[in-house]
Design a protein. Structure first.
Length: 106
């Protein structure tokens, strides 16, 4: 069984046991998260019809366990203006939360 959930404006296809990175939110390792914005629940292998929400499925949810917060790779931006003596170099590391998908209810 798989589900398509919406989290922070992104749609993510999840299966039980998946480990994925989501946008950061304050949580400790071992905490439980519940995603209640489920757009679709389907069955692998084509057996059975998929349940499609309008826009969300009522009563459906996906439970996940927080593994750890982490920072993504550094993205460096450089701004340069010729003949002005102006150079600016900035770096940014986006924080994410690593979660393991558990149970899909619906």
């Amino acid at each position: 069984m798989y589900a398509i959930i919406e989290d922070s404006g992104t749609q993510i296809k999840v299966v039980s046991g998946d480990v994925l990175a989501i946008d950061f939110r304050p949580a400790q390792p071992g905490d439980a998260l519940t995603f209640d914005r489920v757009l679709l629940i389907g069955v692998d292998g084509g057996g059975g019809a998929a349940k499609i929400g309008t826009p969300y499925l009522a009563g459906a949810s996906v439970k996940a366990e927080v593994i750890e917060p982490f920072l993504d790779d550094k993205v460096v931006s450089v701004k340069y203006a010729r003949r002005k003596g102006s150079r600016v170099k900035k770096g940014h590391r986006q924080p994410y939360l690593k979660v393991r998908i558990g149970e899909i209810v619906g």
